[in-house]
Design a binder for this molecule. Structure first.
Ligand code: B12
Ligand code: SF4
Length: 499
């Protein structure tokens, strides 16, 4: 009989952030492909910090439309520790694998400590972006036995196969482990060949995780992956550092794209598994695609007949392509503006395009009848109220173009692995040991700004959409609505009802 390993995979994500993860689902598929047994436990519906659901908060500050039919997505689950206890007791896994981003690290420690203390000494391995960019922080946690640095499909499957066959698990690329109190650090594994990977396996998730609000309606959405990595250099993102890390370790090119044939095959594969209402193409720059592939995509996708959306960069938009995409079901698209001041955007954020380019591309999208959701960030180091107003004013111009549907505004958060994190440390704007325990969707900057500027940022975060969407004559009233007091709240409610 083939020897297999029973694996419990834990997907950690702060409360309420729905959407199925590609990384862990790809690991699940690779483990199953090698014959191992997999069960998934996800944390998305556990409200560990008693927070408001992020989608509800976004609609409350008018970033998005109010959600009408919630499809039970906001119903919270009870006690995470009790549930994990029960699942582990029933399933009895040989190993537990956790997928981790920085914002869940503090909770992750509580979970792994609980398992080791109350359930038993089951080996625990942690993978994901955070252990990849900050491996020493994660491996030094006493309840974490191993970490995976880099892509885990091959490393983790090899680990499980070796475990099942009582073979050594010591020399597996990508795996760090502890031995006699010492950490053994293997080199990162070569980056995986996307074309030969099994498609991500979504079978074992709570079905509510697929639902995402689009303009106030919840849709069951399938996540289709079209590439990995990113060729750009934004300083608030970890992707450029990951690219350098893999290059320096001779792991290969981080930015890889699936062939268009594989993308289409993947869509058919996922649609044969479950009924979905919407397709989301998971890529930073979906339209970074040569003409030959684009034309095949148009021809083949036209047979699928499901609305879809994606993210791309302004540089990749042209009228001809958008018209063709609209015809086959493109619903809208999300684009990062990030900041309204060209110089600041270029010098601090390392995003090089002009405001004119943004406005022109928005006009193209508007002409083609495509709605747009834009992402903005504020609270960067060296930023002040006047620079934040450059972002407000640019969004206001775009709002006038008529196809801007969502203006998202987030607080800059210096996650490990981002170039701006290093700058924040150098400038003493954060403590160098700080592990971020929040997401950029919530108020409260972690930078050492003065208390009054922090307050101001929270106020601007909640009134950003008022400034963008109401005429300038309301600015004095919006300024009052920035205040975190009764007068501010009352003014906020009054102004919000006008949008
Ligand atoms: C899609 C995405 C999301 C999705 C899905 C997240 C997820 N966990 O998969 C959603 C929308 C939920 C999300 C939310 C957030 N995200 Co996000 N997200 C991304 C994005 C754009 C792509 C990630 C991706 O799918 N990569 C492709 C897959 C294949 O790679 P992967 O997930 O890393 O998985 C591989 C390896 O890491 C490893 N691995 C992963 N898990 C495991 C587990 C085990 C056991 C093993 C062995 C290996 C392993 O193997 C996988 C397969 O090769 C990246 C940016 C980027 N370009 O990388 C940001 C990024 C990962 N996100 C980030 C952040 C900060 C967030 C938020 C906090 C932001 C927010 N909006 O408030 C939230 C919090 C989510 C959380 N889980 O804590 C940061 C993480 C920085 C850090 N130091 O941790 C990134 C890098 C962006 C940035 N700012 O730099 N995100
Ligand atoms: S923010 Fe997007 S475009 Fe910029 S480096 Fe990160 S993944 Fe690439």
């Amino acid at each position: 009989m083939k020897k297999i390993t029973k694996v419990l995979l834990i997907y950690t994500v702060p409360y309420g952030i729905t959407g199925v993860p590609i990384g862990l689902s790809s690991i699940a598929a690779s483990l199953k492909d090698k014959g191992h047994e997999v069960k998934i436990f996800d944390t998305v519906f556990y409200n560990l910090k008693n927070e408001k659901n992020v989608d509800k908060r976004r609609s409350q500050i008018k970033m998005t439309k109010e959600i009408k039919d919630e499809k039970n997505v906001f119903i919270e689950k009870g006690d995470i520790f009790l549930d994990i206890h029960m699942v582990i007791k029933e399933y009895n896994p040989d190993i537990i694998g956790i997928s981790l981003l920085e914002s869940f690290f503090c909770n992750c420690i509580k979970i792994v400590d609980y398992i080791k203390k109350n359930i038993g000494d089951i080996p625990i391995i942690v993978g994901g972006v955070f252990p990849t960019v900050s491996p020493d922080i994660v491996i030094n946690e006493k309840s974490i036995d191993m970490i995976c640095v880099g892509e885990g499909e091959v490393s983790f499957a090899t680990l499980c196969t070796n475990m099942a066959n009582n073979k050594s698990i010591k020399n597996i690329d990508g795996i760090w482990f502890k031995e006699d109190g010492k950490v053994i650090k293997n080199n990162p594994h070569k980056l995986v060949d996307l074309q030969s990977l099994p498609y991500p396996c979504f079978d074992d998730f709570d079905k509510r995780i697929f639902y995402k609000p689009m303009q106030g309606k919840m849709y069951k959405m399938v996540n289709i992956t079209t590439d990995r990595g990113c060729p750009y250099n934004c300083s608030f993102c970890a992707a450029p550092k990951l690219r350098i890390l893999f290059k320096e370790n001779n792991c290969g090119m981080y930015y890889r794209r699936y062939s268009v044939e594989k993308v289409i095959e993947q869509i058919h594969f996922q649609l044969s598994k479950q009924d979905y209402e919407f397709v989301y193409f998971s890529s930073e720059t979906f339209l970074d695609m040569p003409d030959r592939e684009f034309n095949i995509f148009i021809k083949e996708y036209s047979k699928i007949k499901l609305p879809f959306w994606f993210q791309t960069r302004f540089e990749t938009i042209n009228k001809e392509r958008i018209k063709k995409l609209k015809k086959i079901g493109m619903f809208w698209l999300t684009i990062g503006i990030e900041h309204g001041n060209e110089e600041f955007r270029k010098n601090i954020l390392k995003r090089r395009y002009s405001n004119d380019l943004i406005i022109n591309k928005m006009k193209i999208l508007s002409d083609c009848g495509i709605g747009v959701s834009v992402n903005n960030i504020m609270g960067f180091p060296f930023e002040n109220r006047s620079l934040i107003f450059d972002t407000i004013e640019l969004n206001k111009k775009l709002w006038g173009i008529n196809n801007l549907i969502e203006c998202n505004i987030y607080l800059f958060t210096p996650y490990h692995g981002c170039r701006l994190r290093d700058i924040c440390e150098q400038e003493k704007m954060i403590d160098k040991d700080l592990v971020i325990d929040t997401t950029q969707l919530r108020p409260g900057s972690v930078l050492n700004f003065s208390d009054s500027f922090k307050e101001e940022l929270n106020g601007l975060l909640r009134t950003f959409n008022l400034y963008v969407k109401l005429p300038e004559k309301y600015y004095p009233q919006i300024r009052i609505a920035e205040q975190n007091n009764k007068e501010g709240d009352e003014m906020f409610d009054k102004l919000v009802s006008m949008i």
